[in-house]
Write a protein that binds this ligand. Structure first.
Ligand code: GAL
Length: 733
């Protein structure tokens, strides 16, 4: 069993008295989703599609993808709204996105609602055949709320109340804030829930508190309640937290602090893990509360989503897989990217970012989109370069190729006041002149309209492509535990480690899904288990069954070292997977100095190349029947296995004990796994990405040089050509 992810929903007695059996059933299902965290109770989406019966009502399949833009009527004179919205339509957009920061315009003083302006905007949009995504304004509580009820505000680690100004200062743990959020959400739902121009709803904005943790008295109390519900007794909590270490033992729940690096840098890692889970639940519950409030009023034809930030610990988008769609926000170029692959990456962004977000968010429930795709230059980076001409259009196509249902951009007009003056829009500060990014959006939208006319959109994906399909096993717990139990400061973090495997798979032109421990993996022939540090015996047994049925599992370093509390096993190292990987033991692991003249060397069997490593190396003692695929070449364990392969039933399990210097070593091992299964990969250069969607291949060149696409010379291109220059895109059947 997974540890329960949430215990936060409790039914008041008064509800129990008034609910009818069907309503009880719905509530019970909701409660189960919240307790399990991941929707065991809902139909599992096909990895790349949705089982939601409303999917085609919300997102017309013949449109492929619909593109829109953020507009802030509250910021512009009323007499410009019609002109602006008309121009938005002329550029080719199909919807606008409004109101996520407009609470003070909607409710200027407590209980005074001014919503008529939204009616006006909806009507202008409808006249211009634009749909609208309407947002709940909850990231920006108005000043009367902060001043009259300061207990709604978050408190930072230094004990300072986050004052009014800026955004996202309302605490997810404040019952009072919740009450005001419910009220404004209800008002919006009641008034606009049946409006024909409203296509869907966005809850809040980038729910994340932008990495701030909440130490308010409300959060403190909420955390203790959550722990009480989870552990029942303080003795159980002390045991789970290994509290006898350094005399951490608590006498009762009221003594427990939210772990706070400002107060004590050596917090108990098990407590930190629980605090991360608690914070992710608090966010998920805050969103679910808004979703359920809206659903009481709005038409089933309107969808509900939110826009999570790319990857942002400690929020966990999978906890909200019961949203109708789960979307993300994406800014590829902002003057700093650790994963840059060439001298132009600072203008193009890292090749993996959009693809990764496509695959990760699509996997949550099959319906996703990018709610903010960078329109041009931004203002908030270390430095803010111009994107390479053509890059915005390339990002759009890259986003499209991942199966997205909607693409939207922040924002239409470059602002003339406020915090983001140096941030491009589709048009400049004059409100009418398109900026380069605006023109590239316009070009993309024309091209999509052309694509919609193609006859073969329903074609099945090519068999050679689906044969390569891989899933990556995901749990945020592994990120959270490795943040506080990294084992070495050189460890790149669980995100970067799994991202390496992701990029290797994409360089094979393989379709990739993300999955969790509860889902059925059988649709994917390959399953990557990247550094899955917290693993139960049940998950290990499920991996075994998957391999027995023919699946190929690749497990990487550090997997299964701990139970779900973050305790090492009282037994052999990595106990749950030893049998699975065909090892007698993993007797030890090693780290090397990264700067050493001679880093550690590795050799792959039947390969003359030498690979380097320093970050992490598990030394494996294989059983006699287990194949050794790579060995350490030096140190006192020279010749001992770094990678093994174990045949299990009709499939197999490969264990890669190393995080190497570059991704080439891991890529060579994955190649061997595919070869073993006689599945041919289509290796493309690091800077080229090729995906398949709706009857077409889409290629994007993130590099600095021209590349030849691996297609016959006779290929007929709908867009682009066989030789692809940097930032160019090709689309063909
Ligand atoms: C996003 C945010 C937007 C805007 C944008 C600027 O992260 O959701 O509201 O601030 O950044 O790039």
């Amino acid at each position: 069993m997974q540890l329960p992810k949430s215990f936060a929903i409790r039914l008041p007695q008064s509800w129990l008295n008034i609910l009818r059996p069907q309503q009880m059933l719905v509530l019970l299902l909701t409660l189960m989703i919240s307790i399990q965290g991941y929707g065991q109770t809902q139909a599992q989406p096909g990895p790349s599609g949705s089982n939601n019966p409303m999917a085609n009502t919300w997102f017309d399949p013949s449109k492929l993808v619909e593109t829109g833009v953020y507009y802030y009527p509250e910021a512009w004179p009323k007499n410009q709204w019609s002109r602006d919205i008309q121009n938005i339509a002329k550029l080719g957009f199909e919807y606008i996105h409004i109101s996520e920061f407009a609470w003070s315009t909607m409710e200027p003083t407590e209980g005074t609602y001014r919503l008529g302006w939204i009616d006006t905007v909806l009507n202008i949009a409808a006249q211009n055949k634009l749909k609208v995504i309407l947002c709940t304004p909850t990231p920006t509580p108005p000043v009367w709320l902060s001043r009259n009820y300061p207990d709604i505000l978050m408190v930072n680690g230094a004990g300072q109340t986050i004052n009014h100004q800026g955004r996202t200062h309302g605490s997810w743990s404040s019952k009072r804030f919740e009450q005001y959020v419910r009220t404004i959400t209800t008002k919006l739902g009641e008034r606009f829930g049946k409006h024909p121009a409203v296509w869907g709803w966005q809850l809040d904005n980038e729910p994340s508190h932008y990495s701030r943790s909440d130490y308010s008295p409300n959060a403190q109390q909420h955390f203790r309640q959550w722990l009480r519900a989870k552990y029942g007794t303080i003795a159980k909590l002390n045991e789970a937290w290994g509290a006898s270490f350094w005399s951490n033992t608590y006498n009762n729940f009221d003594q427990i602090p939210c772990p706070n690096g400002e107060e004590n840098t050596a917090a108990n890692p098990h407590q930190v893990l629980d605090y991360r889970r608690f914070s992710a639940n608090a966010c998920a519950d805050f969103l679910r509360m808004q979703q359920q409030t809206l659903r009481q009023y709005i038409s089933p034809r309107q969808f509900v989503t939110t826009n999570f930030m790319h990857w942002h610990s400690p929020v966990d988008p999978w906890r909200n897989q019961d949203l109708d769609a789960v979307t993300y926000t994406m800014y590829p170029v902002w003057g700093g990217d650790a994963d840059s692959v060439n001298s132009h990456s600072f203008r193009l962004g890292s090749i993996g970012n959009i693809s990764w977000a496509n695959d990760y968010y699509r996997s949550i429930n099959g319906l996703t989109g990018v709610m903010e795709l960078q329109p041009g230059q931004v203002n908030w980076g270390k430095y803010n370069p111009q994107p390479m001409p053509g890059a915005v259009r390339m990002w759009l196509w890259n986003a499209y190729s991942g199966g997205l249902k909607l693409i939207c951009s922040y924002r239409y007009r470059q602002p003339r006041f406020g915090n983001e003056l140096y941030h491009n829009g589709m048009v400049g500060p004059d409100g009418v002149t398109p900026l380069p990014g605006g023109l590239e959006f316009s070009q993309f939208m024309r091209e999509i309209k052309q694509l919609r006319q193609q006859p073969n959109l329903k074609a099945a994906p090519p068999a050679a492509y689906t044969a390569r399909k891989a899933a990556i096993l995901w749990s945020p717990d592994n990120h959270w535990i490795q943040e506080c139990q990294g084992g070495t400061k050189q460890w790149p973090g669980n995100f970067a480690h799994q991202f390496r495997y992701y990029n290797i798979l994409k360089s094979f032109t393989a379709p990739v899904d993300y999955t969790d421990t509860l889902r059925d993996w059988s649709a994917c022939p390959f399953l990557i288990v990247p550094s899955f540090q917290l693993m139960s015996h049940q998950t290990a047994a499920k991996l075994k069954a998957y391999a027995e049925n023919g699946g190929q599992v690749v497990i990487s370093a550090r997997t299964a070292q701990m139970d779900n509390r973050g305790h090492l096993w009282e037994g052999p190292w990595a106990q749950p997977i030893l049998d699975l990987i065909g090892a007698k033991a993993i007797p030890f692991f090693d780290h090397l100095p990264a700067e050493a003249i001679q880093a550690g060397s590795l050799k792959v069997k039947d390969d003359s190349k030498t690979y380097q490593w320093s970050t992490w190396g598990d030394i494996i003692d294989p059983k006699p029947e287990t194949e050794v695929w790579a060995t350490y070449q030096d140190q006192f364990y020279a010749g001992r296995p770094a990678v093994t392969h174990h045949k299990v039933g009709k499939g197999g399990i490969t264990y890669i004990g190393v995080h190497s210097k570059t991704k080439d070593f891991e890529a060579a091992i994955l190649q061997k796994v595919y070869q073993l299964c006689k599945v041919e990969v289509q290796q493309v250069p690091n800077e080229l990405r090729i995906d398949w969607r709706d009857g077409h291949w889409v290629a994007c060149n993130y590099g600095t040089r021209s590349v030849q696409l691996p297609v016959p010379t006779s290929t007929k291109f709908l867009i682009g050509q066989r030789t692809l220059k940097p930032t160019e895109v090709a689309v063909w059947q």
